[in-house]
Design a protein around this ligand. Structure first.
Ligand code: MN
Length: 232
């Protein structure tokens, strides 16, 4: 049967150093996964179970190494924030995955930015409404190439940082994540059947802040290099 309207293209993120594309299925995100960030958001960082939200797969903006990615400043906000995050790429699906087996489901890792309309998020949260328009807008998920776990290992510690126009803003360590990658995959698979192509943005450390047009963000994670994104 023919399509009634034009079919959307498959969203892909290149695999680092290879002529291969990782086809993106879903984008999940973890909320408040670093204690100091939870506190700066006015939340109690007690180790309650992780919570999740989602972005549409076509919110991805691929940032190639050595280039400057372009993040168009979104509509309907005057307080759009950066959140530098480790992204987990799922290579093998499953549900109710045990923590001890969870890393077997990870294809690799990438640098990511969970861009956020912070003003709308606060209003929606206070009104008990869904976060979608605060988190799931167009271009809200810049991402670098996906590095195979086979090549870079599984990431449990190492620096994660972000600078804004050269000034240090976020500086933490993956070891400070409240929920590890394995624990996050295990929890998430209790709510959704994971499948190859899923991405998980694992939460941001403290130091989030606003951007304006003309800003340049530079983020990095030990073992994954750096990427640069311009706010346009
Ligand atoms: Mn986030």
């Amino acid at each position: 049967m023919k399509f009634a309207v034009e079919a959307a293209p498959i969203v892909v993120v290149p695999v680092a150093g290879e002529d291969l594309a990782f086809p993106v299925r879903r984008i999940y995100c973890v909320g408040r996964n670093y204690a100091a960030h939870a506190r700066e958001m006015g939340a109690d960082p007690a180790r309650e179970p992780p919570f999740f939200f989602a972005k549409p797969s076509d919110a991805v903006v691929y940032v190639a190494p050595g280039t400057t990615g372009r993040f168009p400043y979104p509509s309907a906000t005057t307080n759009c924030h950066y959140e530098m995050e480790l992204v987990v790429a799922i290579g093998k699906g499953g549900r109710d995955i045990a923590v001890a087996r969870a890393l077997d489901h990870v294809f690799g890792y990438a640098l990511g930015l969970d861009m956020t309309r912070r003003d709308l998020q606060a209003k929606l949260r206070d009104a008990g409404r869904p976060w979608d328009v605060a988190k799931g807008f167009d271009h809200a998920a810049p991402i670098g190439p996906i590095h195979r776990a086979d090549a870079v290992g599984h990431l449990a510690k190492g620096a994660i940082w972000l600078t804004l126009n050269g000034a240090p803003k976020q500086q933490s360590d993956l070891a400070d994540m409240i929920w590890s990658v394995a624990e996050t995959v295990a929890h998430l698979s209790g709510y959704f059947e994971l499948a190859p192509g899923d991405l998980i943005y694992t939460g941001t450390p403290e130091g989030v802040g606003a951007v304006v047009r003309g800003d340049t963000l530079r983020g990095g994670i030990e073992g994954l290099g750096e990427f640069e994104v311009a706010v346009v």
